[in-house]
Design a protein around this ligand. Structure first.
Ligand SMILES: C[S@@+](CC[C@H](N)C(=O)[O-])C[C@H]1O[C@@H](n2cnc3c(N)ncnc32)[C@H](O)[C@@H]1O
Length: 257
């Protein structure tokens, strides 16, 4: 994939609301509501995990250049809330002709994931320690992402905490801005009520269309799950909701949509 030239505006852009700025509490870095205990911690052996794990302080000023981050021009898929990095690791190994970038606000988890990537010296996997909403709003170039993946986002069970949930109209706007037309949005969760809320948000967004739900796969071994949470929840007998959406091409979107 070649990065858009300066001044490039994806054709879908005028039809999506101008991406809103991130809420004030995350403009300084990491939202305290999602990262109360998540301070920077060195890797267990004190090793430098760059380039696999980087914070915003390690990056040049925005916009983020995927080709500089990966050292190649391959298409980029973005995972938000990567946890221990199983999806990034498996995907990086399975699809060497694609790049996988994760964003994880819990640095401890992110560093643990990066140890996996470093051990395998994965050239096409990178993890950013940051709040994804800040990265989407201020760093990612419009139309530069082939797919967005969100697996088992924090459910924030209490009603008074629902406002902390990742999925909002503003979040879908931000993702629509960074996705290429035709780009895919994968979202899985075991929380049926949160999934229903996501479906309603996508249904009311003019830029996305729903595709058939991906089928459940029978794992062949312990690491043959989409993510660590999928393994944990399936072993606990939970039903997993698997949603897939596509960013429409401009010509598919009703003008008054
Ligand atoms: C329930 S865990 C799921 C982890 C992984 N996706 C999996 O399925 O195993 C949710 C993850 O999202 C991360 N997270 C939550 N909000 C985030 C945000 N705004 N930016 C980046 N990461 C976030 C949390 O730190 C946590 O690691």
């Amino acid at each position: 994939m070649t990065l858009p030239k300066p001044g490039f505006v994806p054709t879908i852009r005028p039809l999506i609301e101008a991406a809103p700025p991130p809420p004030p509490e995350i403009q300084e870095g990491v939202d305290r509501s999602v990262a109360r205990h998540r301070m920077f911690q060195p890797a267990s052996d004190g090793a430098d995990l760059r380039p696999w794990f980087q914070t915003l302080a390690d990056l040049p000023a925005p916009p983020l250049s995927w080709s500089a981050l990966f050292g190649n021009e391959l298409p980029v898929e973005l995972e938000i809330g990567s946890g221990r990095g199983l999806f990034l690791c498996n995907s990086g190994l399975a699809y060497p002709q694609r790049n996988f970038a994760g964003i994880e606000c819990d640095f401890k988890e992110g560093l643990r994931a990066a140890e996996r990537f470093k051990k395998r010296r994965l050239p096409n996997v990178r993890l950013l320690g940051a709040d994804a909403r800040l990265v989407l709003a201020q760093y990612v170039v419009p139309g530069s992402v082939a797919a967005v993946h969100v697996y088992f986002p924090d459910p924030w069970w209490k009603r008074k905490h629902h406002k902390r949930r990742l999925f909002t109209r503003a979040f879908l706007d931000q993702c629509a801005r960074v996705l290429q037309p035709g780009g895919l949005f994968h979202s899985w969760t075991d929380v049926a009520e949160y999934f229903a809320m996501q479906v309603a948000l996508f249904d009311s967004h003019p830029a996305y269309e729903r595709l058939p739900d991906p089928p459940e796969k029978t794992p062949e071994h312990d690491l043959d799950y989409r993510t660590s949470f999928e393994r944990k929840k399936r072993r606990a007998g939970c039903r997993i909701n698997r949603g897939l959406w596509r960013l429409k091409d401009q010509s598919d979107i009703p003008r008054n949509g």
